[in-house]
Design a protein around this ligand. Structure first.
Ligand code: UDP
Length: 360
């Protein structure tokens, strides 16, 4: 019913012969109404699983009736294409980042450091210091919001190495696992700090598990020995101003010594792409689209078993001790992102697909 109502609203803006790309399962219900109105439809799934089993069969059985009339399908990995689509028009197109967006355009070190101090995630905030950045319209923006929720005994010292994972508060991102690995390690991560950062859990309306997962992380943090708690920081970022939120993410990514993405599953993993674009050394699980982004030892480090907490701590600790390796992985990551994961590549692939559909 919601799909039908949304389709009626959408049909006020599109005409027969137009081409509409629908993203993700949430929009699948729009497809039949668009087709009836003579609109060509591409359905793009940003999620998927490498293995197909009874659960995926049930999910597809639910979605399939909405997708019968779709003209073409796009997936992020070949492994995500379901077997029932073999006779249909399917393209595999990896996602990309926009290097000119607030999250990915250049931000100098001083500006990034001031923003991170403003957020309470680095010590040394100067009196009357302002966290400035250039807004997309060319004006000067000031980061004036702070994390909506911050669990931290004191900001990490200016010189302490910082490990960062930025993700939604979703069980599959395993924020709790990152925290436990870090807290359990008594040698390789000594002296380092860990920041686990995600969006305001009241702000992501299609993420119902967010508050529960964040609350679980806070509870775990309170139970840690004080020595570990002092080196672990949990923050929820305000979502009220999308550009300010993006600049906060960018500043944190740029100021991190190592970026972690210890996901248990991952459709593609744009946080990894964003870190690679910023020449950061990444330690990430070898799951889903992360496998396509990183070749182990060249563009970052891959954790073969995402549940292996000791291995995670060892890989992150190794990077903290080896500046040469961190720099070479950061450089490898940057060139990989430049060659493969910017939006010009995606635009070319999409326009090739649209040309085929327009000619059909
Ligand atoms: N993100 C953000 N603010 C946050 C946490 C995450 O803007 O507080 C962004 C992050 O920079 C990335 C996206 O959310 O662009 C997450 O995409 P990803 O593919 O990594 O994972 P998904 O959330 O789609 O599973």
């Amino acid at each position: 019913a919601v799909g039908e109502a949304n389709a009626r609203a959408l049909l006020r803006s599109v005409r027969p012969g137009d081409l509409v790309t629908l993203h993700d399962p949430q929009t699948a219900g729009l497809a039949p109404a668009l087709h009836r109105a003579g609109v060509r439809v591409v359905w793009r799934s940003h999620i998927g699983t490498d293995a197909h089993d009874e659960s995926t069969d049930r999910a597809w059985a639910f979605l399939r009736p909405f997708l019968e009339t779709v003209d073409a399908f796009v997936f992020s990995r070949t492994q995500y294409v379901p077997t029932w689509l073999t006779e249909r028009h399917v393209a595999v197109i990896q996602p990309s980042i926009d290097p000119l967006s607030a999250k990915n355009r250049p931000l100098d070190d001083d500006a990034a450091a001031a923003i991170v101090r403003r957020m309470g995630l680095r010590a040394g905030r100067r009196p009357r210091e302002r966290a400035l950045y250039r807004r997309g319209d060319g004006s000067v923006g000031v980061v004036h919001r702070e994390p909506v929720s911050l669990h931290s005994l004191a900001p990490p010292p200016a010189e302490a190495p910082l490990i960062l994972q930025i993700s939604r508060w979703d069980p599959l991102k395993d924020m709790a696992g990152v925290m436990s690995s870090f807290a359990a390690d008594t040698t390789s991560l000594d002296g380092a700090h860990l920041a686990l950062v995600g969006p305001d859990v009241t702000g992501v309306t299609d993420d119902p598990e967010g508050s529960r997962v964040f609350a679980g992380c806070v509870e775990l943090w309170h139970r840690l020995p004080p020595r570990s708690r002092a080196r672990i920081h949990l923050a929820c970022l305000p979502m009220a101003d999308a550009e300010e939120n993006a600049v906060m993410v960018s500043a944190l990514q740029r100021q991190a010594t190592v970026i972690a993405q210890k996901s248990l599953a991952e459709g593609f993993g744009l946080t990894v792409t964003e870190a690679m674009w910023k020449s950061r050394p990444v330690v990430a699980s070898a799951v889903g689209g992360i496998r396509d982004q990183i070749q182990h030892g060249v563009h970052g480090l891959l954790l073969e078993d995402p549940h292996d907490r000791a291995a995670f701590a060892a890989e992150a600790g190794g990077l903290l001790r080896d500046d040469g390796l961190a720099a070479s992985l950061g450089a490898g990551a940057r060139s990989r992102a430049l060659e493969q994961f910017l939006d010009d590549r995606q635009l070319c692939q999409q326009s090739a697909l649209y040309q085929v559909l327009a000619a059909a």
